[in-house]
Design a protein around this ligand. Structure first.
Ligand code: GLC
Ligand code: CA
Length: 523
């Protein structure tokens, strides 16, 4: 299975549709709104979109609780509006990935309602139920009992409103209710989800971001059952749609890319001491509302003493293992975490975004990060809780609701930033030093020099446990990364020209200043 060629030159923009642009003034962003902003997205240099779930839903988890996989949620428009958006985007050279939620549905989905019935029917085993309403699974799965007529507890993926679809069990320890991963019941679920993919791909959609991709099969060992299941799914769908692209919410590329995903996200995983991404950007101690930073020990925090080694050891191994399989991708942020801008000042952000957007893999820009939108302290919405502050309306200009919607202030999806200095696209366009122009430049660099593009080349030149200063190389380009409070001497032979710079460098004396990041091209 080959990764589609177009990914070699892809740069993604992630859109949270309810908060992007409201075209009909009902207070909620919509598909036509996205269509009207395609030129802006293209102007930044992005040529692909990932749109968060747009399917019919009771929105108890902002659309990650799908009620009908085949229908666009009326608040976003119609199926026809989606087809129109895809067509308009394609005409501008922009691809579109939708968000597929294969692990669970809403408890309001017709399949689930049928599955809740006492009498056996087609959907009885579409979800995972224990054999007894009084008996919960004892293997770490979460289940809900006593809510439905059917005598059993149903397993959930996330919130109570998100019952798990049945892709079977890798290890069966209770045959009274667990089905195998190749059982007839599991195969039916697989086929149902393939059918959903096929439906949207046949309408011109270019692929999917896949939610909780690691969690299909239960009682799994090293995700082996889930990986085998994805292989079977991709065997079918990639044959029919070889140009389609899939990016996983998994963050274990040596597994996800080898079972058929084209891209995997490098996500913040805080457990087991934290993964590389966590140590680079997200080592903050926060209070229980995730709001006050008590301490920040991230590599990119100028004052921290963290070395880059933890990241480098993990990253280099993964890149080497998956070089030919696909892309391990950096994202500026997503809809599940506080915005990066919450933790860093503008100079630090310039270093961070320059680093991220000049790394291998397909880059993902979260809407609003390009203008430094803030993580807002707003009340929870649709199961967002602490995540809600990263989901507020896009800030376009200084008009009503910062240009997001002409609805009244009380009716918009979430409040906009009320600060008089709230960043907007309009302001950013007038300021040559804005983050917006930084992103534009970084994307241009990726497009100009193949070595700086999506190709997975990365060579470490110099790094150590007791220093933050790091030198690495991509093709003919040398990266001097020094997010620390010390100036550092560096040793590189040859003549160089500066291609990109945040902070300062003294090329003659070979000194990179504190809090600086410079990219050199060898002449
Ligand atoms: C993923 C989504 C998140 C959602 C969850 C359950 O982590 O990114 O927003 O709540 O899955 O579907
Ligand atoms: Ca609307």
């Amino acid at each position: 299975m080959k990764t589609p060629k177009w990914l070699e030159k892809a740069t993604f923009y992630q859109i949270y549709p309810q908060s992007f642009y409201d075209s009909n003034n009902d207070g909620i962003g919509d598909l036509n709104g996205i269509k009207q902003k395609l030129d802006y997205i293209k102007w930044i240099g992005c040529n692909a979109l990932w749109i968060n779930p747009i399917f019919d839903s009771p929105f108890k988890d902002a659309g990650y609780d799908v009620r009908d996989y085949y229908k666009v949620a009326p608040r976003y428009g119609t199926n026809q509006d989606l087809e129109d958006l895809v067509k308009a985007a394609h005409e501008k050279g922009i691809r579109i990935l939708l968000d597929l939620v294969p692990c669970h549905t809403s408890d309001d989905h017709e399949w689930f309602k049928a599955s809740c019935r006492q009498e056996e029917n087609e959907y009885t085993h579409r979800y995972i139920w224990t054999h007894d309403a009084f008996e919960k699974p004892n293997n770490g799965l979460q289940a809900v009992g006593g809510m439905k007529d059917r005598n059993g507890c149903y397993v959930i993926s996330y919130f109570h409103s998100q019952p798990s679809l049945n892709y079977g069990f890798y290890r069966i320890d209770d045959p009274r209710w667990q089905k195998g991963m190749d059982s007839e019941e599991a195969i039916k679920t697989r086929e149902a989800i393939i059918d959903v993919m096929r439906f949207w791909l046949s309408k011109g959609v270019d692929g999917f971001r896949v939610d909780m991709a690691a969690c299909l099969v239960k009682n799994d060992y090293n995700d082996e059952g889930t990986r085998a299941t994805w292989k079977k799914i991709f065997d079918v769908i990639k044959k029919e749609y070889p140009e389609s692209a899939f990016v996983s919410e998994w963050s274990v590329p040596e597994w996800s890319l080898k079972c058929g995903f084209d891209m995997d996200f490098y996500l913040d995983h805080g457990w087991n001491g934290g993964n590389g991404y966590h140590h680079l950007f997200r080592c903050q101690e926060v209070d229980k509302n995730n709001h006050i930073i008590l301490k920040d020990d991230s590599y990119f925090k100028t004052e921290s003493n963290k070395s880059m080694m933890r990241f480098l050891n993990e990253y280099i191994r993964r890149i080497n293992e998956t070089r030919d399989d696909g892309y391990y991708c950096f994202l500026t942020n997503n809809h599940d975490m506080p915005r990066t801008s919450f933790f860093y000042n503008k100079h630090e952000l310039e270093i961070i975004y320059s680093f991220m957007f000049l790394m291998p893999g397909v880059p993902f820009l979260y809407y609003g990060d390009e203008i430094g939108m803030k993580f807002l302290n707003v009340p929870t919405k649709e199961g967002g809780y602490y995540r809600t502050g990263a989901r507020t309306p896009m800030q376009w200009d200084n008009s009503k609701n910062l240009g997001f919607s002409k609805a009244s202030k009380e009716d918009i999806y979430l409040p906009v930033d009320e600060d008089k200095d709230a960043p907007t696209v309009e302001k950013a366009k007038k300021d040559p030093n804005s983050l917006l122009y930084l992103f534009k430049k970084l994307i241009e660099l990726r497009n100009t020099y193949e070595d700086l593009g999506n190709v997975q080349n990365f060579e470490l030149i110099d790094a150590s446990e007791n220093r933050k200063f790091v030198i690495y190389k991509r093709g003919n380009f040398y990266f001097l990364l020094n997010p620390s409070v010390y100036d550092e001497k560096y040793y590189l032979d040859g003549n160089f020209e500066i291609i990109h710079q945040v902070g300062n460098i003294d090329i003659n004396n070979r000194i990179i200043n504190k809090s600086s990041f410079v990219v050199l091209r060898k002449l």
